[in-house]
Ligand binder design. Sequence first.
Ligand SMILES: O=C(CO)[C@H](O)[C@H](O)COP(=O)(O)O
Ligand SMILES: [Fe+2]
Length: 227
Amino acid sequence: MVGVSPKIAPSMLSSDFANLAGEAKRMIDLGANWLHMDIMDGHFVPNLTIGAPVIESLRKHTNAYLDCHLMVTNPMDYVDQMAKAGASGFTFHVEVAKENWQELVEKIKSAGMRPGVALKPGTPVEQVYPLVEGTNPVEMVLVMTVEPGFGGQKFMPNMMDKVRALRNKYPTLDIEVDGGLGPSTIDAAAAAGANCIVAGSSVFGAPEPGDVISLLRASVKKAQPST
Ligand SMILES: O=C(CO)[C@H](O)[C@H](O)COP(=O)(O)O
Ligand SMILES: [Fe+2]
């Protein structure tokens, strides 16, 4: 398999929001590559988390790659504000971008962010193929392995069929998995071909979060030895 490098992205949804800067530094010091930021609007998903003002505040305290997952109904409305706030990656959901994804990807790139597309468990993987193959492609696909909205849910192993299909078609694409990843589920995701690993409760809930980050990375490397 052609290698893509592992990116371990603790989901800050499980961190102490009252100490976000400290939690971000702690994760980077423990070896995290990215910080996964879950933006929710209380409409696309039945939960409300953080938005651009929090990203802007956090950006003042870290140079880390902020991997922003937009669980919002109107992602176009968020591009400028997220770019201005200092987001690095902007991953929108395909379910709400069927009509305007080309314009959206263009706008994300022009604003200086890296575009990604996410899909919910019930969305067929074929729906993201045009976004990866277009003249102006996304640079990452995020396969949800739980229903979006909340941390701490159970990993859905049948989503690995989507990851395998994507990895077979796109050997060098960044493929992210999000939801229920931890020591007991990482090997299935890594074997299927995922290289970007979001992990919230398993990292922040561990007595030694650094050990979990190392274990996740080791599993991806083992499955993709050329990385
Ligand atoms: O997008 C998300 C929820 O919609 C989160 O990134 C995800 O749930 C991570 O949390 P955990 O690792 O605890 O499942
Ligand atoms: Fe997420």
